[in-house]
Design a protein around this ligand. Structure first.
Ligand code: ZN
Ligand code: ZN
Ligand code: ZN
Length: 430
């Protein structure tokens, strides 16, 4: 049986087009794969991964001309040239001033790909790039201005190598990329790049998804994380599922222009635990709680912006202050506390403060497992980070236990034969 035999495109009541199972799928079973229509390696991962196939290895060889792109071998370099040539000479010309956003880089590649391969590709068996929803009519002025900034950058950095569509067509294309583009992450959820996977974009969203998307190089793989019965709609999650219903739907509305009606959004079953309040002899008033949630949501947003310009120690201080303030009202298992602890852990890892990172990870993992669905990449990656920290700090038995927890989830989400699992198993033996 081929990898596309068990699924079909259909019209989902109230959701427009979607994807449906034609047969049963068991937990961990592969539903389909989708090679990237086009993709781009993020600037920070250059020299760690091959620009063409995203393989992670030592000793990649660099493009002799720009010395900025890295490849496994001549085949990968040749394979990448139709896309790399959009940037190679431009990076030489602009030097330090070459700074298009990843969205602009990806969009340039879509335009080149459409020219190079106008026929339907193997990434578009169920949905074509041309069919992508743009939601252009729903964009506010701020979003429209951001798109115009991207279009200006596209003209600035790519004009030599691309023939453009007119401004209106580019506006539509950027809007399509904004709501149909994917980011590729590694097993610890570090950002590797951006890509277009048309068939994957056909799936609708649910906060209780029955499939998970993982990556093998630049190929997306879609596996069942719940038992699926013939006739069921296939749902993936577009967003981080840690947060309470209102926050999730703000995010869905802002980025994808819809409100979710899944079981979790209707029953809000997990919200009380996600917003856990401290049990004090004098419980905080409803107003105190409301004000603290408002503060928390602000601090999350403020931190997201601060990451671009503050120093690690300033960021850590920001986290610690907010954790202390929220801790007067929220339990440590409250998702806003967890959010700031996760950010602290990230800063500690960046600073190679392994003990600091471990301290936060240990606090995060248990509530994480409770808030997220049973098979979650967020939970798997947290076990993995914890396990690797333990092993590095010579705490072998705790390390082995954590790594095995990560493997148990990854065997379902990534598939038992994924090279990430082979790597973790190697770490277990050391
Ligand atoms: Zn390669
Ligand atoms: Zn080059
Ligand atoms: Zn939902």
């Amino acid at each position: 049986m081929g990898p596309h035999d068990g699924i079909e495109r259909f019209t989902s009541p109230g959701k427009g087009r979607g994807m449906r199972a034609l047969r049963d799928f068991r937990l961990g079973e592969l539903l389909f794969t989708c090679p990237a229509y086009t993709c781009v390696l993020t600037v920070n991962e250059r020299s760690n991964q091959c620009d063409h196939c995203f393989a992670r290895k030592e000793g990649l060889s660099k493009c002799g001309k720009c010395k900025q792109a890295f490849y496994c071998n001549v085949d990968c370099q040749k394979g990448d040239w139709p896309m790399h040539k959009l940037e190679c000479s431009s990076m030489c010309t602009y030097g330090q001033n070459w700074n298009p956003s990843e969205t602009v880089r990806l969009t340039a590649r879509i335009l080149a790909k459409q020219k190079l391969h106008p026929e339907r590709t193997s990434s578009e068996r169920f949905l074509t790039v041309k069919e992508f929803e743009s939601h252009l009519d729903k964009l506010d002025n701020e979003k429209k201005e951001l798109i115009q900034t991207d279009i200006a950058a596209l003209h600035h950095f790519y004009s030599k190598n691309l023939h453009y569509a007119d401004n209106a067509a580019l506006e539509v294309l950027f809007a399509q990329v904004n709501c149909n583009g994917f980011t590729i992450e590694d097993e610890e959820l570090s950002h590797l790049g951006s890509a277009i996977f048309p068939d994957v974009a056909l799936m609708n969203h649910s906060c209780c998804p029955n499939v998970i998307v993982t990556y093998k190089g630049t190929v997306a793989e879609i596996r069942a994380v719940q038992e699926i019965t013939a006739g069921d709609e296939i749902f993936t999650s577009y967003i981080d599922l840690l947060y309470p219903t209102e926050d999730r739907n703000d995010r869905l509305k802002d980025s994808y222009f819809f409100t979710c009606d899944c079981k979790e959004c209707t029953t809000k079953q997990k919200d009380p635990a996600k917003l856990e309040i401290r049990k004090l002899s004098e419980p905080p008033s409803p107003k105190t709680i409301r004000d603290m949630v408002k503060y928390a949501r602000n601090v999350v947003e403020e931190f997201r912006r601060a990451k671009h310009y503050k120093t690690p120690s300033e960021l850590l201080e920001m986290c610690e202050l907010s954790i202390e303030k929220m801790g007067a009202v929220f339990e440590e298992s409250n998702v806003y506390m967890l959010h700031m602890m996760y950010q602290s852990m990230g800063v500690c890892l960046y600073q190679q403060d392994w003990d600091g990172a471990l301290k936060y990870g240990q606090k995060i993992i248990k509530p994480y497992s409770k808030h997220y669905p049973p098979y979650s990449l967020n939970v798997a990656s947290m076990w993995l980070k914890l396990g690797r920290l333990y092993m590095g700090l010579e705490k072998k038995s705790a390390g082995i236990k954590a790594l095995k927890k990560a493997i148990a989830i990854m065997e379902i989400a990534h598939g038992a034969d994924h090279h990430y699992i082979a790597e973790v198993k190697k770490e277990l033996e050391q």
